[in-house]
Write a protein that binds this ligand. Structure first.
Ligand code: GDP
Ligand code: MG
Length: 191
């Protein structure tokens, strides 16, 4: 069965500079999608359609995926960025431990601006760790541990994926999982 109801979800990508947010967004968008630059807040967004099955029904969703161009320092600017956000991908770079440690600050900022919204944890640049065993990467287990802590903090499951924007590994899966969680939350709020 297909639903005639359509959903539009604003999704924000957060995490330190150069962890791969823009690369993940482009990888997920694929060719042919146009992104729109919002100069006043220094952000880019693009709309990507995605179909999700939920309770044996196919739902058409549109993800409006937002990404800060550079890292605007001003919190006032970032308030606009978070406005209306319904889900988030929180990204760290497996090869730079400080980006893993800093992620909690980004999550606190989301909570402060938007409250507890669906969130997926991403450890990106998996390919670099696999190719270079000498890099002291953040391990998979450490990612799982952080996801567990975040789940406890937020009161709902936070899924965790290790991705590569370079090879594309797990990129679609992560966005799809986020869409499912957002849809689930919306349905539960509607009852
Ligand atoms: P942002 O500042 O978080 O938006 O990060 P960018 O997407 O601009 O990426 C920063 C740098 O990391 C760029 O040089 C990317 O090519 C590189 N990069 C991003 N993701 C990956 C990945 O999964 N693997 C590898 N090897 N490089 C990546
Ligand atoms: Mg970027």
């Amino acid at each position: 069965m297909a639903s005639d109801q359509d959903f539009v979800f604003k999704v924000v990508l957060v995490g330190d500079g150069a962890v791969g947010k823009t690369s993940l967004r482009y990888r997920y968008m694929g060719e042919g999608f146009r992104s729109t630059y919002v100069m006043t807040i220094g952000a880019d967004f693009a709309v990507v359609p995605v179909e999700v099955e939920y309770n044996n029904t196919l739902y058409k969703c549109k993800l409006q995926i937002w990404d800060l161009a550079g890292q605007p320092r001003f919190r006032e600017v970032r308030s606009l960025f978070y406005q209306g956000a319904y889900g988030s991908l929180a990204v760290y770079d497996k090869t730079r431990r400080e980006t893993y440690e800093n992620l909690i600050e980004w999550i606190k900022e989301i909570e402060e601006k938007r409250g507890k919204i669906p969130l997926i944890l991403i450890g990106n640049k998996k390919d670099l760790c696999e190719e270079n065993p000498d890099i002291p990467c953040v391990t998979y287990d450490e990612g799982v541990e952080l996801a567990k802590k975040l789940s406890e903090r937020l009161g709902f499951p936070v899924h965790f994926y290790e991705t590569s924007a370079k090879t594309g590994e797990n990129v679609n899966t992560a966005f799809l999982e986020l869409t499912k969680v957002m849809l689930d939350m919306t349905m539960k709020q509607q009852v």
